[in-house]
Design a protein around this ligand. Structure first.
Ligand SMILES: [Zn+2]
Length: 64
C-alpha cells in the first residue's frame, strides 16, 4: 500500500493542514474478491471511494 497526500480543513486544528492516507492496493482487493467469491467487492468499493481509510490530519491524526 502506498501513501496519498492532500490538504484539507481539520476541525480539530481549526485550520487547513496536510493530510495523509493509505492508497488502496487494488491487487490485494482483487485477490480478496476472488477468494471470497465476490463478497469482498462492496468493501473494495467503500475503500475506493474513501469511506474506509480516508485522510488523516498530519498534525493531530483527526479525520479530515
Ligand atoms: Zn488536525
Amino acid at each position: 500500500m502506498g501513501q496519498k497526500q492532500t490538504s484539507g480543513y481539520c476541525a480539530h486544528c481549526q485550520k487547513n493542514v496536510m493530510a495523509t492516507g493509505t492508497t488502496p492496493s487494488h491487487l490485494l482487493h482483487l485477490i480478496l474478491s476472488l477468494l471470497t467469491a465476490g463478497l469482498w467487492i462492496p468493501i473494495w468499493i467503500l475503500v475506493s471511494i474513501g469511506k474506509i481509510g480516508g485522510y488523516r490530519c498530519t498534525q493531530c491524526g483527526n479525520r479530515v
